[in-house]
Write a protein of this length. Structure first.
Length: 538
């Protein structure tokens, strides 16, 4: 009996030890868990602290960039900047030609007329952590007022297709050819080529021609001064005319005339050709057939021929191509709930577009098709009858064709600007930009039927050239590499001053004279353009 009791007591002692072991194990597990939780919390705190330092360093770097941007918006007297709280060091670098990827190898400085890109390198610091950002900007160079209208840039020449054009016409490269029945109500500048006029071609103004000037048909007229660097050959057929008679009560040989550094030959036995004003050449003058000359010709090597005024090189500079694309400073708002209709521009219907155009707003509106998919090779826009109550710019992607048509009366005093974005700002020719067409199917298209009445000012900008049919008059700007638009049904194109700061200041219509559309007295405007690229390193 005693033995059994002792055995039972021993068994009870063993149970007590097991409980103790269990308690110890539980305590150990709890300690491990608590240690892990504490380590995790400590790691999170440290990571958050490091992230805060990185974020603050980035903000400091942006502050340095903003300090440089502010300087570029002013007179730019400094190129290096430092700051504390936030701590940063930044500098301005310049690039010419191709777009840079960083400031490496670039000189510091303030932009000049030769600058194409500006790079701002800025390093921000916070609690020993540093972040460097490099921001690449366009450096925009435009004139306060530039010549617009119909300009031939690098297309090789211009063949007149406009039956009635009002504004100066500048042919920057190649020749000007008027096949028949074209009228320019303004001056013609052929900067590097020759001029050829055919049947019923009229210039109600002066013609300034680098090379030769010829009329090989009938009824050709230049009512102002015909000034050339080469020979002049005009036929009297169809009563051709150079210069204009004096208007009573004035007397004398009249105004305008011919002034040439080459030979002047007036020929033809039909019609009654008339040459008014001056006849001046430092080579030889000859007249035959049915020409009547009102003034006394001056000819020979002792005759002094005044320089072109303005110089043709100046004319070429004033009419340099303006690069316009999605990065230009359009300062416009996209359609939104407060700028109706509240819809995606990629799916906007013609009816919704009409609602947008007819809703009055003092804010300029941008309709940007560059991120849209599903259009194929074309982006079609149809403008129905509408009274335009806001300025709207349409941006078309560089790789697609801009196809714009008008199906009714588009009235009002606001501007509709259609921009097929230039495909490349880097190309250079003789130190200046040139249009770069990246459309896969060639020229853009515009159609205005004779049933449409368009009084709103229209601007069509394309580096690809423009084709289509215009059967009604329109006013505005046709700014294109070249134009093969068919102007029919007596359609006329009247150049008008247009402005969209900061993308372009003013596009005028005449190089000299009086009025707001004159662009000879111009001021070069340079400014920081859009941000192209930004990198971040630690």
């Amino acid at each position: 009996m005693l033995v059994m009791q002792r055995y039972v007591k021993l068994r009870r002692g063993d149970d007590s030890g097991a409980v103790l072991v269990t308690v110890v194990v539980v305590m150990l597990v709890g300690f491990v868990v608590a240690t892990m939780v504490a380590a995790s919390v400590l790691f999170t705190i440290q990571a958050n602290a490091e992230n805060t330092d990185v974020t603050q360093a980035f903000i400091s770097a942006e502050s340095g960039r903003d300090a440089a941007v502010k300087e570029l918006a002013g007179t730019c007297d400094e190129t290096d900047f430092t700051g504390s709280a936030p701590d940063f060091v930044s500098a301005i670098y310049l690039a010419e030609g191709a777009e840079p990827s960083s400031a490496d190898g670039l000189p510091k400085g303030c932009p000049t007329e030769q600058t194409d890109y500006v790079v701002i390198r800025s390093t921000g610091t916070a609690d020993g952590v540093s972040t460097t950002i490099e921001s690449v900007y366009l450096w925009d160079r435009t004139f306060e007022q530039q010549a617009g209208g119909v300009l031939a840039y690098f297309a090789g020449g211009v063949t007149s297709t406009v039956s009635n054009y009002t504004g100066d016409l500048v042919v920057r490269s190649g020749n000007y050819t008027c096949n028949n029945d074209g009228t320019i109500n303004g001056d013609l500048y052929v900067v590097e080529g020759n001029m050829s006029l055919s049947k019923d071609c009229t210039i109600n103004g002066s013609a300034y021609v680098f090379g030769t000037a010829k009329s090989n048909s009938q009824s050709a007229k230049v009512t102002g001064l015909l000034k050339t660097g080469g020979d002049v050959e005009f036929t009297s057929n169809g009563n051709s005319q150079v210069g204009s008679p004096a208007v009573a009560p004035a007397t004398g040989p009249g105004t305008g005339g011919i002034e040439s550094s080459g030979n002047i030959n007036l020929t033809g036995n039909s019609g009654a050709g008339r040459a008014y004003g001056i006849i001046r050449t430092n080579k030889a003058f000859s007249k035959s057939g049915n020409w009547t000359v009102s003034g006394t010709p001056e000819q020979g090597p002792t005759v002094t021929i005044p320089d072109f005024d303005p110089a043709l090189s100046v004319v070429k500079k004033l009419t340099a191509w303006i690069d316009l694309d999605g990065s230009s400073l359009w300062n416009a708002l996209p359609p939104s709930a407060t700028n109706p209709p509240a819809t995606n521009v990629c799916t906007m219907t013609a009816a919704q577009l009409t609602t947008l155009l007819s809703t009055a707003s003092s804010d300029r509106t941008i309709i940007d098709y560059r991120l849209c998919t599903g259009f194929g090779n074309h982006v079609y826009v149809t403008i129905n009858s509408v009274t335009v109550r806001r300025d709207v710019v349409f941006i078309f992607p560089a790789t697609k064709r801009m196809d714009v048509s008008f199906s009714g009366n588009v009235v009002g005093s606001h501007q509709l600007v259609f921009i097929h974005e230039d495909g490349d700002r880097d190309d250079r020719l003789n130190g200046e930009t040139k249009p770069t067409c990246k459309s896969t199917i060639g020229n853009d298209k515009i159609d205005i039927p004779n049933s449409a009445s368009v009084t709103a000012k229209l601007m069509f900008y394309t580096p690809c050239g423009m084709t289509g049919n215009v059967r009604a008059a329109f006013t505005g700007q046709l700014y294109t590499n070249e134009s093969s638009i068919n102007f029919g049904n007596g359609a006329s194109y009247t150049c008008a001053v247009m402005s969209w700061p900061d993308a372009f200041e003013k596009l005028g219509c005449k190089l000299k004279g009086e009025g707001e559309d004159v662009v000879l007295e111009t001021v070069l405007v340079q400014r920081l353009g859009g941000l192209i690229y930004q990198s971040e390193t630690q």
